[in-house]
Design a binder for this molecule. Structure first.
Ligand SMILES: *Cc1c(COP(=O)(O)O)cnc(C)c1O
Length: 378
C-alpha cells in the first residue's frame, strides 16, 4: 500500500524550464522575474500593488510596519492560526490580543473581534483559515469607525473568493504564502498586497534594507549611484529563481482550485452520510480553495480525533491534526486572554484530510473507506 500524503506540490517541466532560464540569464537574485511575478499577482488578486517577500511571515511583519503599528499597540489576532499570525505583532513590539473564532468557519467574526477591542487596538489580523474566506465586511463594520487597520493573513487564501472578488482584495493590506503546504508555491516565498500606494512603496523599500536605490537598479548602471539607507530595513527579498516558479504556478491556479474543489465535493458527499463527522464547506459569502480540507470529529463518531488519525495512519494515510491554538504554545502561555472555547474545541476535534492536485480517484476512495471503516476496526 503506497502512502497518501496530506499535501503534495504540483510542480513539473514548466517550472523546471522557468528556473533553467533564470540560471542561464545570469541574474538569480531579486530582479525582472520578481517584478513580473508581482505584476501578475496583483492582477490575479484584483489589487493595485503587490510586493514580493521571502515568506508570508515577513510580509505580515512588513504589513504591520507600513500600517503604522507600534510598540505598545494592541493587535487582535485569532489564536486559531499558524503561529506566524501571532508572532508578527510581537515583532513590532505590539501585544497580540487573542479573539475566538466562529465554530462553523474557524474564522474571526465581528462579535469575537468586538469583544476584545480596547482604546489601544491599532489593527486586527484576520485569517482566511485553511482557505475559508473570512467575512471581512462584517468585521470592517466594527473596526472602520474606530480607525482600526484590517490586515488579512491570506497565507492559505490564493484562489478563494469573498463576495465575488479574490480574498485579500478588501483589506488595507494582505499577506500571502508560497510555502509548499499552500496553493501556489515558490519553495519559500510571500507577497504583500495593498490598495495604498504609499504603503507599497515603503514595503518595497523595507524588504531591501530600506535602500534608496534597488540593487537591480544599481546593477543596471556601470557606475552605480550612491545609495542611502532611509530607515532600519530588512532583507526580506524573494529571488528571481523563486519568482520564475511563482509565475508558472500562478498560471495554474484556476486549474488547481477547480481540481481541489472537485476532490472536496467528493469528500463532502461521502462524509455527509457518516454520522459524527462534519466537513468544512463554502460559507454563504464566498468560495474556498480548500487549501485545508478539515473534518470535525463529533461524539457520535466511533473514534475520537487522535483515534481517527491513528486509524488513518494504519492505512498509510497521512492526515494532520487541525489548526493549532497559539495561546496554548509555550511562547504565549503567559499572554492574558479571554476564554477561547471555540478555538479549543476546534483545535482538539478537527483533522485535515489529504487533498492535492494529482490525487487519484482510488486514493480518495481509500481515504473515504478508511473514514467509514473506523468503527469496525477500532
Ligand atoms: C503558512 C501560514 C503562515 C506562514 O507562511 P510562511 O510563508 O511559511 O511564512 C502564516 N499564516 C498562516 C495562516 C499560514 O497558514
Amino acid at each position: 500500500m503506497s502512502r497518501i500524503n496530506v499535501m503534495q506540490p504540483w510542480l513539473g517541466p514548466e517550472e523546471i524550464a522557468a528556473v533553467t532560464e533564470v540560471i542561464s540569464s545570469g541574474w538569480v537574485a531579486q530582479g525582472p522575474r520578481v517584478a513580473a511575478f508581482e505584476q501578475a499577482f496583483a492582477q490575479t488578486m484584483d489589487v493595485p500593488h503587490a510586493v514580493a517577500t521571502s515568506s508570508c511571515t515577513t510580509a505580515l511583519h512588513l504589513a504591520l510596519v507600513v500600517a503604522g503599528v507600534q510598540a505598545g499597540d494592541e493587535v487582535v489576532v485569532p489564536s486559531f492560526s499558524f503561529i506566524a499570525t501571532t508572532n508578527a505583532p510581537t515583532y513590532v513590539g505590539a501585544r497580540p490580543v487573542f479573539a475566538d473564532v466562529d465554530p462553523v468557519t474557524g474564522n474571526l467574526t465581528a462579535e469575537t473581534v468586538a469583544a476584545v477591542l480596547t482604546d489601544r487596538t491599532r489593527a486586527v489580523v484576520v485569517v482566511d483559515q485553511g482557505g475559508v474566506p473570512v467575512d471581512l465586511d462584517a468585521i470592517r463594520a466594527v473596526t472602520d469607525p474606530r480607525g482600526i487597520v484590517v490586515v488579512e493573513d491570506a497565507a492559505c487564501g490564493a484562489g478563494s473568493t469573498y463576495r465575488g472578488r479574490p480574498v485579500g482584495a478588501g483589506a488595507d493590506v494582505a499577506a500571502w504564502s508560497f510555502h509548499p503546504r499552500k496553493i501556489v508555491t515558490t519553495g519559500e516565498g510571500g507577497m504583500l498586497t495593498t490598495p495604498h500606494q504609499e504603503w507599497a512603496v515603503r514595503a518595497r523599500r523595507l524588504r531591501e534594507h530600506a535602500m534608496s536605490v534597488s540593487a537591480a537598479a544599481r546593477h543596471a548602471s556601470v557606475l552605480a549611484p550612491p545609495e542611502e539607507y532611509l530607515e532600519v530595513g530588512y532583507n526580506y527579498r524573494m529571488t528571481d529563481l523563486q519568482a520564475a516558479v511563482g509565475i508558472v504556478q500562478l498560471g495554474k491556479l484556476p486549474q488547481v482550485v477547480a481540481r481541489r474543489r472537485e476532490i472536496a465535493a467528493t469528500y463532502a458527499k461521502h462524509i455527509a452520510d457518516i454520522p459524527g463527522l462534519r466537513a468544512v464547506a463554502d460559507p454563504a459569502w464566498g468560495t474556498c480553495n480548500f487549501q485545508s480540507f478539515w473534518v470535525e470529529v463529533g461524539p457520535e463518531y466511533p473514534l475520537d480525533r487522535e483515534g481517527l488519525l491513528a486509524h488513518l495512519a494504519d492505512q498509510e494515510i497521512s492526515a494532520r491534526r487541525g489548526i493549532m491554538a497559539s495561546h496554548r504554545q509555550p511562547a504565549y502561555a503567559a499572554t492574558h486572554h479571554v476564554p477561547l472555547p471555540v478555538t479549543e474545541h476546534l483545535t482538539d476535534t478537527t483533522l485535515i484530510l489529504p487533498v492535492f492536485h494529482q490525487m487519484s480517484e482510488s486514493e480518495q476512495h481509500r481515504v473515504v473507506d478508511a473514514l467509514r471503516s473506523a468503527g469496525q476496526s477500532a
